[in-house]
Design a protein around this ligand. Sequence first.
Ligand SMILES: Nc1ncnc2c1ncn2[C@@H]1O[C@H](COP(=O)(O)OP(=O)(O)OP(=O)(O)O)[C@@H](O)[C@H]1O
Ligand SMILES: [Mg+2]
Length: 433
Amino acid sequence: MTFSDLGISPLILRAITDAGYTEPTAVQAESIPAALAGEDLLVSAQTGSGKTAAFLLPALVKLTERSSASGKGPRVLVLTPTRELAQQVEKNATEYGTHLRWLRTVCLVGGASFGYQVRAMSRPVDIMVATPGRLMDHMRQGRVDFSRLEMLVLDEADRMLDMGFIEDIETIVRATPESRQTVMFSATLDGVVGKLAEKLTRNARRVEIARAESGGNIEEHLLYADNQAHKDRLLDHVLREAGFDQAVIFTATKVGAEELADKLTDQGFSAACLHGDMPQNWRNRTLNDLRRGRIKVLVATDVAARGIDVPTIDLVVNYDLPKQAEDYVHRIGRTGRAGRDGVAITMSETKEFHRVRRIEQYLKRKITEGVVEGLEPTRRPPKGGNGNQRRNANGGNGQRRPHGNGNGGSGYGGQRKPGNGYGKRAPRQQSAG
Ligand SMILES: Nc1ncnc2c1ncn2[C@@H]1O[C@H](COP(=O)(O)OP(=O)(O)OP(=O)(O)O)[C@@H](O)[C@H]1O
Ligand SMILES: [Mg+2]
């Protein structure tokens, strides 16, 4: 299967070849033809599996045909929960559309200049990418004309609902033509998302790409700790011994993210934090520095990192457990993007074991527990609880992940090799500058 088999036109093909894509991913192979045929779609697929191109490529193909409607409003609208994600999607659109000279995109997000956004909308727009809040601000001022809108995309729909955007989304959708095509992406397609989908879509085709049972190409470990000081020692060990390129560390709070980033900087790591209370230009700079490799360790909160694609991230550490089980999946999904390998290490205080169990119940598998020699926890969580799910741990179908105590060359299961415990890459000196 090739992109041209899917109906992608030559100028766009050239751009994706430039981007180094040789063949469509599963979610792209299934979504693109249906989207091109004009179907509404309800899509869920694993993190890092190329969902962005799954909606942007058919959108761009449609845009290569002239619109019969007059006006300046966008022909494609993409809604995302966060500013960073909106900016990333716009960037992908300009990348895939780089040979479409006429293509005009606009990104409407909070924390950025109103004037710039207004000016951008004074000329015809093809693709608008927006967060609901800022788009609503522009709509209230009568600046957005949706009369020529052909396609509406909701990326990370579940997260937008979690963030309380339901009313904004409904208001925005009411302002768009009934004739539009609607495409929704979400980690879960049932519950509230399903209800919203029923309202917004017509005979939507469901595209559900099952996630590899074993966790795919992300090697997961669980490290129990006695207390926070113990977690700090484990983190230090992980960051010094693991030969990683770039890491994202998740904390539960914004303050926690700042404090940890400061601490790591003091220890000589080129670390920075990313959370929603930071001014937007600072958030942007941080992400750019991460993309350029100037930041090695990013300490982030859940919201800030959702959907973010920085392919060089090869290590995720859950310094604090995620509040919601599904956040675990999105957090570790910051690594192992586009079929690459990654390592995800989750730390938990022993007394929080029930929160780990909840995550495992959600995953329907166990996260293999490891220990670091010399840093073993003094107490162990009680046995039992999820024993019946153990058989799912490796999918039973010859997947490449090792069974049992997580000894997959990663050094967290007892047979720790000295130095680079991951057996993948030589240890690198992580230093500031
Ligand atoms: N067909 C392809 N071949 C190779 N790489 C691809 C292909 N499609 C997308 N990619 C790359 O895969 C990475 C992940 O893509 P994307 O951000 O769209 O994932 P996603 O499914 O939206 O993930 P998330 O659930 O975390 O938002 C990107 O770096 C993208 O450039
Ligand atoms: Mg995405």
